[in-house]
Design a protein around this ligand. Structure first.
Ligand code: SDX
Length: 438
């Protein structure tokens, strides 16, 4: 595992309290790239005060060597490699190896890792009975949360999180089983039999086969769809300390088992402001209907009294193009061209919506650009993936990022349980009031 290269900057920040006249020296820590951080770990002990940053807009919650994002310039690096190059030249399992172990694998490492993940893709058969307890119309994300959390009841044999070898086995298990569970959730929802994984297929081939094959006939795997789904997985693999990754880290900081932590990450990803946006984008495009309706929805998106947001637009970090959205738009074009559905109305509508929004001062001033979710739904729809499964695929892909970040935290000897504080604005202490006096 590549060790991080945190350098201590050679200066401190002086905090002066003009109420008490006291001043405090706060060390500034520098990383390899990006903003330095003000080390406030001693702040409460020295000042008796907390910092206040509810949305963590200015808070660095961890030291990490996995992913770097430059929001101003639309840069995304995984262990130093640009997402555009990985999407173009690599494949998902290779990127998984890179995220987990810090380096691109050589051919021997790649072969061993692929074998290890492939041979964990089956599930304990009892899990199928657990999954069958859901209603057929259960939201697939609810099934993912339930089944992944339940894996801690089935795979308790290698769950000592302080043993790197056991963490490795559990990481391989989760990487391997997420596509199997996702495909099972889909098959269950349409009343078709589960299709078991096959060890002769690649990760992406296996997923498509489990999703779309039926026992009644041979399923022909399209190389174009394999490339598209593999690239989509790469683009969703990790993204620094986003909401779901922070959830996994916080859950893991208590020592909870990795299956429970990943289930917590899936739960956080489900929200429409986060991973649920890809599903919301397609539903929004369907609601807009045609290009003539775009101006009305743009003005609704700008109206503070209207809760409507332009889904797939904006980002907490990217104040320029999300580099993943650019690759995704190119991939959407390739997939639709290959499937001879370039005239797919939603794709043309999305292109026109992007063009109009990016000419509008409201979006320009707020630096609202398309994000990773804007085009992904169009690709998935073209591939025949149902809308309510879009976020499930995001979770399948992001599992490696969650695991890499979780492992980095657990392996850190300085790791502590996460326990934020607050600004209390409730009532001061008061006497109890008996029922007869209320
Ligand atoms: C993901 O963090 C990650 O890395 C996440 C992710 C990952 O890979 O893990 O990249 C994946 O979650 C991508 C984001 C998917 N979500 C959406 O597409 C939902 C729509 N986007 C918005 O909800 C919003 O942009 C967020 C949640 C993504 C970011 O919100 P912020 O950073 O809290 O920004 P904000 O709400 O403070 O908005 C700033 C301004 C506000 O206007 P003013 O009050 O300044 O006038 O921009 C406006 C907002 O009203 N705004 C939007 C908008 N997004 C922000 N207005 C209309 N439509 C939008 N989509």
């Amino acid at each position: 595992m590549q060790k991080s290269t945190k350098k201590k900057a050679d200066y401190t920040l002086t905090l002066s309290d003009n109420k008490t006249g006291k001043s405090f020296e706060l060390p500034v820590l520098g990383g390899t790239l990006g903003p330095s951080v003000i080390d406030i770990r001693r702040l409460y002990a020295e000042t008796g005060m907390f910092t206040y940053d509810p949305g963590f807009t200015s808070t660095g919650s961890a030291e990490s060597a996995i992913t770097y994002i430059d929001g101003e310039n639309g840069v995304l690096l995984h262990r130093g490699y640009a997402i555009e190059h990985l999407a173009e030249h690599s494949n998902f399992l290779e990127v998984c190896y890179l995220l987990l172990y810090g380096e691109l694998p050589n051919s021997e490492e790649n072969e061993q890792f692929t074998h290890d993940v492939t041979y964990h893709s089956m599930l304990n058969e009892q899990v199928t009975y657990f999954l069958r307890g859901f209603r057929r119309d259960a939201p697939p994300m609810a099934i993912m949360i339930g089944v992944v959390g339940a894996l801690s009841a089935f795979y308790h044999d290698n769950i000592d999180i302080n043993d790197p070898r056991q963490r490795d086995i559990t990481e391989h298990r989760l990487l391997a089983k997420m596509p199997t569970i996702a495909a099972m959730a889909y098959k269950y929802s349409i009343g078709q039999p589960f299709i078991y994984p096959r060890n002769d297929l690649s990760y992406a081939e296996n997923f498509l086969h489990m999703m779309f094959a039926v026992p009644a006939e041979e399923y022909v795997i399209s190389p174009v769809l394999v490339r598209a789904i593999d690239r989509l997985f790469i683009l969703h693999a990790d993204h620094e300390q986003n909401a779901s990754t922070s959830t996994v880290r916080l859950a893991g900081s208590s020592g909870a088992n990795p299956f429970a932590c990943i289930a917590a990450g899936i739960a956080s990803l489900w929200g429409p402001a986060h991973g649920g946006a890809n599903e919301a984008v397609v539903r929004m495009l369907q609601q807009i209907g045609n290009v003539d309706q775009i101006p009305e929805f743009i003005s609704r998106a700008k109206d503070k009294d209207d809760p409507f947001r332009l889904m797939g637009f904006g980002h907490r970090v990217y104040k320029n193009y999300d580099p993943r959205a650019i690759v995704m738009r190119k991939s959407a074009h390739e997939v639709l061209e290959e499937l001879e559905s370039l005239d797919e109305p939603l794709f043309k509508l999305a292109l026109e919506l992007e063009r109009i929004a990016l000419e509008d001062s409201y979006f320009i001033e707020r630096k609202l650009f398309p994000n990773v979710d804007f085009y992904s739904g169009i690709i998935l729809r073209a591939m025949g993936v149902p809308t309510d499964l879009f976020t499930v695929l995001f979770a399948v892909a992001r599992t490696v990022g969650w695991l890499a970040q979780w492992d980095e935290m657990i392996a850190d000897p300085g790791q502590k349980i996460g326990r934020p504080r607050q600004l209390y604005t409730g009532p001061a202490e008061r006497d109890f009031v008996p029922m007869e006096n209320r």
